[in-house]
Design a protein around this ligand. Structure first.
Ligand code: SF4
Length: 123
């Protein structure tokens, strides 16, 4: 399958949930070492500008991993954006909760998700 894109949602950058990790080390390790098409940080995907961003971004129809908060919250918050883009949030979004993790724990979680998705060779 095509490599997914990965968006790290950093919850404004001020949330306690990301204090244990270095967000820059995390995103750089993911985008350089793991089989994703690209990886980047968004400040707050569930805000209004996040909706507008997703409306544009999902036009690519690429499967995305969102590394951020709890999957059930993500499914709820992003369902409409995926539906409007003609995508299925349950199939085309891979939501990962990486809050309260160290950098290595969070990278490992993404690695495991990619392996489960059967994407490319994990270095
Ligand atoms: S989508 Fe989740 S991680 Fe991102 S800003 Fe909203 S609550 Fe925080």
């Amino acid at each position: 399958m095509d490599k997914p894109g990965l968006i790290m949602c950093v919850c404004t950058g001020k949330c306690a949930g990301f204090e244990k990790m270095d967000i820059w080390d995390f995103i750089n390790q993911v985008r350089v070492e793991l089989p994703v098409e690209y990886g980047f940080i968004h400040p707050q995907l569930c805000e209004e500008d996040g909706d507008r961003f997703l409306a544009d971004f999902l036009k690519s129809k690429r499967k995305i991993i969102v590394a951020g908060c709890a999957p059930n919250m993500q499914y709820k918050m992003f369902r409409d954006a995926f539906t409007e883009a003609g995508m299925d949030v349950r199939k085309d979004l891979v939501p990962l909760d990486i809050r309260d993790m160290t950098t290595e724990e969070a990278v490992d979680k993404v690695r495991a998700a990619l392996e489960e998705m059967g994407v490319g060779e994990v270095e």
